[in-house]
Design a protein around this ligand. Structure first.
Ligand code: PMP
Ligand code: GLU
Length: 404
């Protein structure tokens, strides 16, 4: 029956994060005690005031019809206000398109921008869904690899060299999933300076982790004068407000592109859920201290997880400045064995951890770096501690095949 499927879907890779998470869940359902360090999903509950807003929206009985495709007017106005005050991005509410999560905003963009063969420059390592969704839309990814020494931050020279007449855009997430890199104002100015020479290139800035960073402050590239008219900012409520299940994201784009995204969304999905939109509107009134507390907890968990990693022989890891992942280089263990399996790559390493240590992580392969694995610390301290201790023990069983 496989032949019924389009070549498009057959060529598409499954989301590595979701695949590993669902494998974990099925093993848990079979009674295995797995420490799940796969998914980038806050383990907090959505703030109470947001929950209340959703209940009230239901009680009014006013929000049971299709909302406008681009989102409720008051929500788009509130997003435009937030972008202006917090990110120094100036845009009108009609430049904002609310969607079913940042993931949809990104897919909308790729379908609106890409003709076959058009290129998007992807800062690597990248979030798993960028590459597959760019390719699904007919585009070609041009990866620029940052080095471990620079915490995976690409240089201006690399960017300059990657641009061709077919380049439509560059894309990155900052704070980055998976590396935790936060692009500084200086780096962003460097990017802007390069792109000033290439007026045919847009920027897609994925700022979904903007509230989860451990630095003095963030700069949005959409606030930089030189290129602000060519920047699309993608964001959403999933991470900062612990609202992954509500499915509300948005983009702010030049009007011509916002209109195109509205058109495609009108054909593909329509607006996101009315009640979820009313809840998202209430997020703007959440006390900053609640967001701060979540951020402080992530910081503590990062420090906890990194302390373990730094004591693991052969493993190197940058200290992430944002998001909630570690992205350690585990390539030292390639060619190692426990006497039963030989670890040849990051996928094997993850499978070894799952089978031997009962800890699930995600291979770096899907993120464009096959030397690394991703460990999510968006989970409880207990799971982090237990998971890390199990990994330590599993590593002790490995030895090089040459001495086997
Ligand atoms: N961008 C990045 C970098 C992510 O890690 C995620 C994962 N949730 C998304 C976008 C998608 O977020 P959403 O839940 O809003 O679809
Ligand atoms: N973005 C999260 C992650 O990277 C959630 C999973 C997904 O949407 O792919 O784990």
């Amino acid at each position: 029956m496989h032949h019924f499927l389009s070549s498009r879907i057959r060529a598409m890779a499954e989301s590595a994060t979701l695949a590993m998470h669902s494998l974990t869940q099925s093993l848990q359902a079979q009674g295995h005690h797995i420490c799940d360090l796969t998914l980038g999903e806050p383990n907090f509950i959505t703030p109470y005031s947001i929950q209340e807003a959703a209940k009230q929206a239901i009680d009014t009985g006013k929000y049971f019809s299709y909302p406008p495709v681009a989102g409720y007017k008051d929500l788009r106005e509130a997003i435009a206000k937030k972008l202006k005050h917090e990110n120094k991005i100036v845009c009108e509410p009609n430049q904002i398109i609310v969607s079913t999560g940042a993931k949809q905003s990104l897919s909308n963009l790729f379908f609106c921008l890409l003709d076959p063969g058009d290129e998007i420059i992807v800062f690597t390592p990248y979030w798993v869904s960028y590459a597959s969704n760019i390719e699904l839309a007919g585009g070609k990814c041009v990866f620029i690899k940052g080095s471990k020494e620079r915490h995976y931050e690409p240089t201006s020279e690399q960017l300059e060299q990657a641009i061709t007449p077919k380049t439509k855009a560059i894309i990155y997430s900052s704070p980055s999933n998976p590396s935790g890199l936060v692009l500084s104002k200086e780096s962003l100015l460097g990017i802007a300076e390069v792109l000033e020479r290439h007026p045919h290139v847009l920027v897609i800035a994925d700022e979904i982790y903007e509230y989860i960073h451990f630095t003095e402050g963030l700069t949005s590239i959409g606030s930089i004068d030189k290129i602000k008219d060519r920047v699309v900012t993608v964001n959403g409520f999933s991470k900062g407000y612990a609202m992954t299940g509500w499915r509300v994201g948005y983009l702010a784009a030049p009007l011509w592109l916002a209109k195109a995204c509205e058109k495609i969304q009108g054909q593909l999905t329509s607006a996101t859920c009315s009640i979820a939109q009313r809840a998202a509107l209430a997020a703007f009134d959440v006390e900053p201290k609640i967001i701060q507390e979540m951020r402080d907890t992530y910081r503590r968990r990062r420090d906890l997880a990194i302390k373990y990693i730094q004591h693991m022989p052969g493993i190197t890891c940058n200290i992430p400045l944002g998001a909630f992942y570690l992205f350690p280089d585990i390539s030292h263990y390639f060619g190692h064995t426990d006497g039963k399996v030989v670890i040849k790559n990051a996928d094997d390493f993850c499978m070894y951890l799952l089978q031997e240590a009962k800890v699930s992580t995600v291979s770096g392969t899907g993120f464009g770096n096959p030397h690394c694995i991703r460990i999510s610390y968006a989970t409880s301290d207990e799971v982090i501690r237990e998971g890390m201790e199990r990994i330590q023990k599993a590593l002790q069983k490995l030895y090089p095949t040459t001495s086997a």
